[in-house]
Design a binder for this molecule. Structure first.
Ligand SMILES: *Cc1c(COP(=O)(O)O)cnc(C)c1O
Length: 361
């Protein structure tokens, strides 16, 4: 016996979403982003499940990359923020980690390193997000310095990241693409480029280049707030589920939960489900947030506790201890729960704590 709360991870859906990303940009190579424990889905298991079709993986730090290496992932691994200290350059070269290079100290660290083998470099241009990357007028110098270094592999990838690609009406994305194309460094070497995150893969074909970097879409949820033809083909990978552990009848006027922030307006049946904010279910979920009980939408009522929530199941015919509850998954988009809580699905998935067992199917 064990607590019924678990995240079921559908690896077939994951592969489907990868193939969708690949098919939308057939000329591009697709690097799955598996940073932050593969957006909460389990980096090792996700990378394993894609290992035969993914040419490389992307993570946020060398620690995340080493974890994949130590667990048998042999592909190159792109460090999306590059190095955080100079000693990481040699380690990256030894392990075939690819380095994003976003600032002058990172260039200097690579130029000054003593390396047993060359390191593969991705050079970032700030085309308008103003978070990382070289200013457009600095890019040629950075490129030339890296190109002439014996420490750097020949094919440098020039890259940028979009700020607003999830808003399909926002012209800022076209402006970023224009800035990017205008400032590509002059070179006689092969210049490879990479722009697209999930939203751009799905909705901005102008941004499809040599490499694409899908994250959120791989996990089967749309980066857009509105329905979108391509995004609608995604299959959610995670199903967060639990079960009812208590059922009670309460009278009209009776409160439920901490701070008594919900009061029954009619005689009601309340089901207690063993999932709470300690399992990554957002504490800010308001009264009325949908929970699937035996596949039927019922409203959350009362405060989310650490280990439990309460659900109004008055309108269901028969409800019993042990009945299945789904917090999000293929039948209840995580985006919908996130929106009710004033956040995005990215956050809810990524911060899923270790205490929730991941069950791979
Ligand atoms: C995380 C990340 C991505 C993936 O973004 P999604 O919106 O999840 O597809 C792509 N590129 C970079 C540089 C990132 O850091």
């Amino acid at each position: 016996m064990s607590r019924p709360t678990k995240a079921i991870i559908d690896l077939q859906a994951l592969r489907h979403n990868f193939m969708l990303a690949q098919s939308l940009a057939p000329q591009s190579k697709t690097i799955p982003m598996v940073k932050a424990n593969a957006y909460g889905h389990g980096a090792i298991e996700v990378a394993d499940a894609l290992a035969d079709i993914a040419p490389a993986f992307g993570v946020a730090s060398i620690e995340e990359a080493i974890e994949l290496r130590q667990n048998g992932i042999e592909q190159p691994i792109l460090l999306l923020e590059g190095i955080f200290s100079t000693d990481e350059v040699d380690l990256a070269a030894q392990h075939s980690f690819w380095l994003m290079v976003e600032n002058r100290p990172q260039v200097e660290a690579i130029l000054n390193a003593t390396l047993a083998r060359k390191v593969n470099v991705w050079l970032g241009i700030d085309t308008g997000m103003h978070r990382l990357g070289f200013q457009p007028d600095e890019i040629q110098t950075a490129y030339d310095d890296l190109c002439s270094s014996h420490n750097v592999s020949d094919e440098i990838v020039v890259t940028s990241h979009f700020a607003c690609a999830d808003d399909l009406d926002n012209q800022a994305t076209l402006q970023q693409i224009k800035t990017f194309d205008l400032h590509l460094p002059a070179t006689k070497n092969t210049l490879l480029t990479s722009l697209a995150n999930s939203a751009a893969i799905l909705g901005w074909p102008q941004a499809h280049r040599d490499w694409q970097r899908p994250g959120y879409m791989l996990y089967g949820n749309s980066p857009f707030a509105q329905p979108q033809e391509n995004a609608d083909q995604l299959k959610p990978v995670m199903c967060l589920e639990s079960a009812i552990i208590s059922v009670r009848a309460i009278g009209a006027g009776e409160p439920v939960g901490y701070a008594a922030n919900w009061t029954a307006e009619r005689d009601s049946t309340i089901a207690t489900v063993t999932v709470g904010y300690g399992d990554g279910y957002p504490r800010h979920a308001p009264n009325g947030t949908p929970v699937l009980i035996n596949g039927i939408r019922c409203p959350l009522v009362g405060r989310v506790s650490m280990d439990m929530i309460t659900v109004d199941v008055t309108d269901l015919d028969a409800v019993a201890i042990g009945d299945r509850a789904v917090l999000w998954g293929p039948e209840l988009p995580v985006n919908e729960i996130a929106e009710a809580c004033g956040t995005i699905g990215y956050e809810l998935l990524t911060r899923m704590p270790a205490r929730v067992p991941r069950v791979y199917r």
